[in-house]
Design a protein around this ligand. Structure first.
Ligand code: HEM
Length: 496
């Protein structure tokens, strides 16, 4: 993660970090997290609860300050394993549209998919069969969710203490708990998701918040272009370039993206300094993934390591296929600055190295030519990802009914608590899912679908196509809005 600018510089750039919730700009980055999904009872009490939270949520100013201190402490002690000296437990909150309606708020002008709720968007998200909302553990009718608390800690017992504390407060305000979901980084493979690949490498840089890289002032970490903050937080300038409106969906016409240079807005004035928050509980079928990779590797005559890199776009170590080229064994390099410093247009326009349907190329085609016009367009559909794994790691050969065995049924499953923030659900998370990930004709008619997230054929140039089954299944999810501190006070009925 790139360093942050000084508080004075961030303030001089007009960015109100003490207003913006902390998971948005800085990312909690904790090993232990809980998502507590709740429903309001008495509305006066719900407002009182939100009013208290306005004072207790971690702001971006606080999390940025913590991250600086954490880094400084590790640096002075010259000990990257020192995670004990500085610790924190953070809380953030976000509300659903039905939560806003229950509070008596008008949702005029807010994102139409936020208003609809994720379960109602199932046809456009590819959530059918096993992934249909009827089988979800959270986010399905009639168990309506009004808000979610995000609690994050460095230690598991601190997290559990914080959950217990918050549950008490909720009960005191007549707010009922719909579902609690814990997520934990994998102790056997830290930083890696359950299929074994290093995650959390590539994130957008934030202009005015992150330090420009001395080697290229347009980037934060090398390979992470600095994007306008309005792409992720309402009220700030958006990316320049000609905005292309996404095609309409079945349910409603898509809103026009903001005009060049205009600040992002969505809905009423209190949404300023807030961000849309997407949660998706994605079950990962690890044994089937491993078998699928081995079968596909045999079919086209490459090693399992190489096949995995073709499907993901990176080897398990995070080494980017575009940089290393196809090799039989995970090269475990580059792992420094080079880990994210690559583009596709000049070196790999036809996808011979990283196929167009590889996960990281589907979800962010970087500077490649796209039907929307290339890089100017791809930068308008970025996501600030904040996911964390859930469930225990899979062990090959474990008894089928044990927690590490092949998934038999809930609750012995594992996967990713996918979370992301953005200025628009329609134009970012849904755009990427609908028009890139699940669209076999993106970027070209023959490309096939995302090898990690979808099921179906994926083109592997030259002359190969592999068909992969569904390894990732949605088992819950919802759309939220994460208000500013002032926005929370507004929802609580407290006049600033
Ligand atoms: C269980 C499901 C998923 C798994 C196992 C997974 C795995 C990964 C891995 C291993 C990476 C590479 C690490 C990195 O570049 O940071 C990655 C990157 C990424 N993923 Fe996923 N992912 C999942 C779900 C999703 C979903 C649902 C989306 C959005 C619709 C998504 C969007 C992205 C994006 C935008 C990147 C960064 C691409 C780049 O900037 O080069 N992922 N994912």
């Amino acid at each position: 993660m790139p360093d942050f600018l000084s508080d004075a510089d961030i303030a001089a750039n007009g960015i109100e970090v003490a207003e913006i919730q902390g998971n948005i700009l800085a990312g909690f980055n904790k090993d232990h997290e809980a998502l507590v999904f709740v429903r309001f009872g008495d509305i006066g009490e719900a407002k009182a609860w939100l009013g208290h939270l306005a004072n207790r949520v971690a702001t971006s100013a606080e999390v940025i300050a913590f991250n600086r201190l954490f880094k400084a402490v590790q640096g002075r002690r010259n000990d990257r394993d020192d995670t004990d000296t500085v610790q924190a437990t953070w809380i953030n909150v976000a509300v659903t549209n039905s939560g806003l309606v229950a509070l008596g708020e008008a949702d005029d002008g807010m994102d139409p998919s936020f208003i609809a709720g994720m379960a109602n968007r199932a046809p456009d998200l590819g959530d059918d069969g096993e992934a249909a909302p009827g089988g979800w553990v959270v986010g399905r009718a009639p168990d309506e969710v009004h808000a979610v608390l995000i609690i994050a800690s460095d230690r598991r017992d601190d997290l559990h203490r914080a959950i217990a504390h918050e549950l008490q407060r909720l009960a005191g305000h007549g707010v009922s708990v719909v579902f609690v979901q814990e997520g934990h980084t994998r102790s056997d493979d830290p930083g890696h998701e359950h299929f074994g690949y290093k995650d959390g490498i590539s994130q957008p840089g934030l202009r005015g918040v992150h330090q420009p890289n001395p080697a290229d002032p347009e980037q934060g970490d090398l390979g992470s272009d600095l994007l306008e903050l309005g792409e992720f937080v309402l009220g700030y300038q958006t990316q320049p370039g000609v905005a292309v409106a996404p095609p309409p969906t079945d349910g409603y016409p898509a809103p026009a993206p903001p005009t060049e240079g205009a600040p992002s807005t969505s809905g009423p004035g209190w949404t300023k300094n807030g961000s849309y928050y997407v949660f998706r509980r994605l079950r990962q079928d690890v044994p089937s993934f491993q078998e699928g990779i081995t079968a596909a590797a045999a079919a086209i005559g490459v090693s399992d390591d190489a096949m995995g890199a073709i499907v993901v776009g990176r080897y398990k170590s995070g080494a980017p296929l575009e940089v290393t080229g196809r090799v039989a064994t995970d090269p475990f390099a580059p792992t420094g600055d080079d880990i994210n410093q690559f583009e596709y247009k000049a070196s790999d326009a036809d996808g011979h190295v990283v196929p167009h349907a590889s996960h990281i190329r589907k979800t962010y085609p970087r500077d490649a030519d796209t039907p929307g016009g290339g890089e100017d367009d791809t930068q308008r559909h970025r996501l600030l990802r904040r996911g964390i794994p859930y469930g225990q790691s899979y062990r090959h050969g474990s008894p089928i009914d044990g927690p590490n065995g092949r998934d038999a049924a809930f609750p012995l499953d594992r996967g990713l608590l996918f979370q992301c923030y953005g200025r628009s659900i329609v134009d970012q998370f849904e755009f990427v899912t609908r028009l890139w990930v699940n669209n076999p004709a993106f970027t070209n008619a023959v490309d096939g679908v995302d090898g990690v997230l979808s099921s179906g054929a994926m083109d592997v140039p030259v002359g190969h196509s592999v068909t992969l089954q569904r390894f990732v299944t949605a088992t819950g999810g919802e759309y939220f809005f994460s208000p500013s501190v002032t926005g929370l006070r507004h929802l609580a009925g407290i006049n600033a």
